[in-house]
Write a protein that binds this ligand. Structure first.
Ligand code: ASP
Length: 597
């Protein structure tokens, strides 16, 4: 038996341990000398405890204690004692006790760290790239350990929940063939036949469907996915999703499962409020009421359509928009009537940034047509103003923010952003709430202007509603899919669909997407063939684990909830990856580097 092994964790010590002799292992979080006393905050993964070395009690130990530095690794033997009244630390779970050291072994020394872990406020200012370069040090912070622990618990709860319901966790390959989810693939060269590549999975989509053809019926995986796309605060090139597929199910069955597993995890790990059952909106309804398919339901302020009310107005911008088949819509800004001209200009700029030509406003000082202040009032009749007040269900103090454009999509996108901005300004986006909702009945395809072709709104395996099949030949934009998203506080948190399980329907969708027959065979022949051997009806979903953890921790930056994240442009400063490789390796792979022009 080694004489340095811990008998108890630092963070576990409580008054009930007073009088016990303990052996602690950990790192020096902080240390200071105070007359005859040296204090060391010793840290292990459970937390901190104060160790005291008293010259009067252990004179032989004081020189060693004075030589300690931050992050030295120690084994400390000592007795748990109650702290003197007045010296307790209520900010620390172990703050009523301390350990009087009788012996200290230095298991390892440490150089000065590139940042000071004990200074949590200072850590907030440290350059993030430096933190990621030294992630193994950054992760020593109790806050980061708590994140890792929460993440572990969330994944365990998911595993328990699904296992209890008969799901099997099955791993699917990482070296595979391109599976479209709308991003670029990461490719891995195949040494034995230069010119051939594996693709890393954008999702396990095809494998999970093939597992349904295989008769597994209930599959899940905590799956790593790889997508080469522009990074954002909530996106990483590799990320983790809970991937699920089920056979012989309807959309309703899948939605119930998503709601079940989500609430199970959220309720166990937080006291955040949810709306139960999760509200459901169709895509069309979400677009109409909120202007986007990811509505933040923590507040109202729904968009209103003023097209009818203002059709006869003399305001040129409204006329032009409406004559071109566009829309005039608005959102209320409670209290906004008090904004100065300058402040309204800021709002106008905000709208322009997202594509609006301008912003028209009506300040509601009193609830009748003469009680409003607006630069466009002279173009509107009293009846029209009254109608605007009525349709908007205005209140005194509102600023009615109106956007008009020939393109309804522009109006929707600008106003949905403005709505969120107003919600933010008014403090309505309460982090204590996790307001999930389902969006259903998405369009199957959307028109890609630039490329002049239809593309899948979700992915090409999504099943259209059977009674919408005739629209394939008439107006594909009308086809609605058995496709759903789970949205939380304005962000997508899961998405899925009932899949196509008939080879002929799948081929029709590939046709619609403009994938020629030979390409269909080359890329997806295995799917079409599999469906011809008796594929059960099936459906599923994938939910972002990183986002779930972000929501539980009120964290806006995805890197804060990952052990080893990548920085901008996919760079890992800790491993210095990606990096150049030896010429010999390139040769072996049959690759030659052609510099970017
Ligand atoms: N494969 C989809 C995705 O990764 C999820 C699904 O349809 O199950 O977004």
């Amino acid at each position: 038996m080694s004489d340095w092994k811990r008998s108890i964790y630092c963070g576990e010590l409580r008054p009930e341990h007073v009088g016990q002799e303990v052996m602690l292992n950990g790192g020096v979080h902080r240390h200071r000398t105070f007359g005859d006393l040296v204090f060391v905050d010793l840290r292990d993964r459970t937390g901190l405890v104060q160790v005291v070395v008293d010259r009067n009690r252990v004179p032989d130990l004081i020189a060693l204690a004075n030589s300690l530095r931050s992050e030295y690794v120690l084994a400390v033997r000592g007795t748990v004692e109650r702290r003197q009244p007045g010296t307790e630390n209520p900010g620390l779970a172990t703050g009523t006790v301390e350990v009087a050291a009788s012996d200290i072994q230095v298991l390892n020394t440490a150089r000065l760290l590139p940042f000071q872990l004990a200074d949590e406020a200072g850590m907030q200012q440290v350059d993030e790239t430096l933190r990621v370069k030294y992630r193994y040090l950054d992760l020593r912070r109790p806050r980061m350990y708590r994140m890792l622990e929460l993440r572990h618990r969330a994944v365990k709860l998911i595993r328990d929940y699904l296992s209890d319901r008969g799901f099997l966790e099955i791993e699917t390959p990482i070296f595979t063939k391109s599976t479209p989810e709308g991003a670029r693939d990461y490719l891995v060269p195949y040494r034995l036949e230069p010119g051939k590549f594996y693709a890393l999975p954008q999702s396990p989509q095809q494998y999970k469907q093939l597992l349904m053809v295989a008769g597994v019926e209930r599959y899940f995986q905590i799956a790593r996915c790889f997508r080469d796309e522009a990074q954002r605060a909530d996106r990483q090139p590799e990320f983790t999703q809970l991937d699920v597929e089920m056979s012989f199910v309807t959309q309703e069955d899948v939605l119930e499962l998503i709601e079940g597993v989500t609430t199970y995890v959220v309720e166990q790990l937080s006291d955040k409020q949810m709306l139960r059952p999760f509200p459901r909106l169709t895509y069309d309804e979400a677009m109409r009421r909120f202007g986007n398919d990811k509505p933040d339901l923590r507040f109202g302020l729904e968009l209103v359509d003023l097209s009818d009310a203002l059709r006869g107005s003399e305001f040129g911008v409204f006329q032009a928009a409406l004559q071109a088949g566009g829309q005039v819509r608005a959102v209320r800004y409670p209290g906004g009537a008090a904004l100065s001209r300058k402040e309204v200009d800021v709002l106008t700029e905000f709208c322009k940034e997202f594509g609006a030509k301008g912003l028209a406003t009506i300040a509601v000082n009193e609830l009748h047509p003469q009680g409003v202040k607006s630069a466009i009032a002279r173009f509107l009749s009293e009846t029209q103003i009254q109608q605007v007040l009525d349709v908007c269900e205005s209140q005194v103090g509102d600023l009615i923010c109106i956007v008009a454009d020939p393109k309804p999509a522009v109006v929707a996108s600008v106003l949905s952003r403005l709505r969120l901005e107003i919600g933010r300004r008014l403090g309505l986006r309460d982090p204590g709430k996790l307001y999930f909702c389902f969006i259903t009945d998405f369009p199957l395809v959307q028109w890609n202007e630039e490329e002049g072709r239809w593309e899948a709104e979700h992915h090409p395996f999504t099943s259209p509603y059977p009674d919408h099949l005739p629209y394939f030949d008439t107006d594909p934009s009308k086809i609605r899919a058995q496709c759903y998203d789970l949205v939380c506080n304005g962000q997508e948190s899961a998405s899925g669909s009932i899949r196509i399980h008939q080879a002929d329907v799948q081929a029709r969708v590939f046709d619609l997407l403009g994938i020629p027959a030979e390409k269909q065979q080359e890329r997806f022949g295995h799917m079409l063939e599999a469906f011809s051997y008796g594929a059960p009806p099936h459906g599923g979903f994938a939910a972002g684990i990183d986002r779930l953890i972000m929501n539980l921790l009120d964290e806006a930056n995805i890197r804060e909830v990952m052990a080893f994240p990548k920085m901008g442009l996919g760079y890992d400063p800790m491993m210095d990856a990606p990096s150049f490789v030896e010429e010999a390796q390139l040769q072996e792979l049959g690759l030659r580097i052609v510099p970017h022009r």
